[in-house]
Design a protein around this ligand. Structure first.
Ligand SMILES: Nc1ncnc2c1ncn2[C@@H]1O[C@H](COP(=O)(O)OP(=O)(O)OP(=O)(O)O)[C@@H](O)[C@H]1O
Ligand SMILES: [Mg+2]
Length: 332
């Protein structure tokens, strides 16, 4: 794994203009990704994961807009790039794999035609080069190149996701952004796809930003994990830390909610209640109404990100003035 900084997200805020006012779906997010690193982003439905990825990839459409912040990718701020410059970077330097290949792939075009389309739009490759490269990327993801002639509906769900990943790897980008690429698959197909993504990532050296609501999926694959709650990053820790000793009470709840990929799915045992309405997020710490460790100051003080042994956590438990030492302050 290289040590160079590949992606540097600072103060990124995204809002949707709604009839009831602005809905801030991503608030002041800071994230760093090194070359070749696998960063998992996890959180419940609606916490802003897709919005964050779309903002980074500059794929947001109205009513969404980036209201502040920067996304520096290989030294250039993506937020400032013109559409024309973006087209040169997208696919070649970074690519995106969506949750459902069924929606992302064109149902009336063969896989081969779709790969060719991307090649033609983003390179000057000859027909022969395109044919060779298309077969090569399908082989990379363990799909027989005879499926170049298949239509998406003729492939299994797992194969469609693989075809999407093949497309994302056409130009061997340095960053592949993946939004729940395995969610639509059964557990066995999910696991095998994860193993393959990790293997390809190590072999080809690209970095991965990987969104999932299932924390257990990240255990064996991510280098670091960012936990999101109600539009904010509440913890960024190494994978060992977040699975061994999660810092944030919300991370602990998520971990209890998804004990393992294969185990029974216990729905949010550690997390009673529902995520807040982002039009009216709770005051103070956004997690305080659901937090089993809530303290008197939590409804009033918005916690910053504290650094704890190299990891980051947004929780007043880690405030030196109150914090761990001040657990006597607990309201319950
Ligand atoms: N087009 C839209 N207009 C208004 N609000 C939106 C729109 N799209 C998303 N939102 C809101 O933005 C917030 C974040 O949504 P987002 O899709 O990013 O969450 P997510 O974490 O990806 O959820 P999931 O796990 O369900 O995919 C949600 O509260 C959602 O209701
Ligand atoms: Mg999503």
């Amino acid at each position: 794994m290289g040590d160079g900084l590949l992606l540097d997200v600072r103060g990124l805020t995204v809002q949707y203009e709604t009839e009831s006012g602005p809905l801030v779906a991503v608030e002041q997010v800071d994230l760093q990704l090194r070359e070749g690193e696998f960063l998992g982003i996890v959180g419940e439905s609606g916490c802003g994961k897709s919005t964050l990825l779309f903002a980074i990839a500059r794929l947001l459409v109205p009513p969404a807009r980036i209201s502040s912040g920067s996304v520096v990718f290989r030294g250039r701020d993506m937020v400032e790039l013109a559409e024309k410059e973006l087209r040169q970077v997208r696919w070649r330097d970074f690519s995106v794999v969506m949750q459902s290949a069924m929606n992302a792939l064109n149902p009336v075009m063969t896989v081969g035609a779709q790969l060719k389309d991307v090649c033609e739009q983003h390179s000057t490759m000859s027909r022969r080069e395109i044919a060779l490269r298309s077969a090569q990327v399908l082989r990379l993801v363990s799909v027989d190149p005879r499926h170049l002639d298949s239509y998406p509906h003729q492939l299994s769900g797992g194969m469609r996701q693989r075809a999407m990943i093949a497309m994302a790897l056409l130009f061997t980008p340095q960053l592949v952004i993946m939004d729940e690429p395995t969610t639509a698959l059964d557990v066995v197909a999910q696991r095998s796809l994860m193993v393959q993504i990790r293997e390809l990532q190590k072999r080809l050296g690209f970095a991965v930003l990987f969104v999932t609501h299932d924390m257990s999926l990240l255990r064996h694959f991510a280098d670091r994990v960012a936990v999101m709650y109600a539009g904010q990053v509440v913890e960024v820790s190494s994978t060992a830390q977040v699975f061994g000793h999660p810092l944030h009470p919300y991370s602990r709840g998520l971990l209890a909610a998804f004990p393992s990929v294969t185990g029974p799915r216990v729905h949010l045992v550690g997390l009673p209640g529902a995520p807040p309405d982002l039009l009216r997020p709770p005051r103070g710490c956004r997690f305080h109404p659901r937090c089993p460790e809530v303290m008197r100051s939590c409804p009033n003080v918005e916690p910053p990100l504290y650094e704890v042994g190299g990891d980051l956590v947004r929780c007043l438990l880690y405030d030196e003035r109150g914090g761990r030492a001040g657990t006597s302050e607990r309201s319950s």
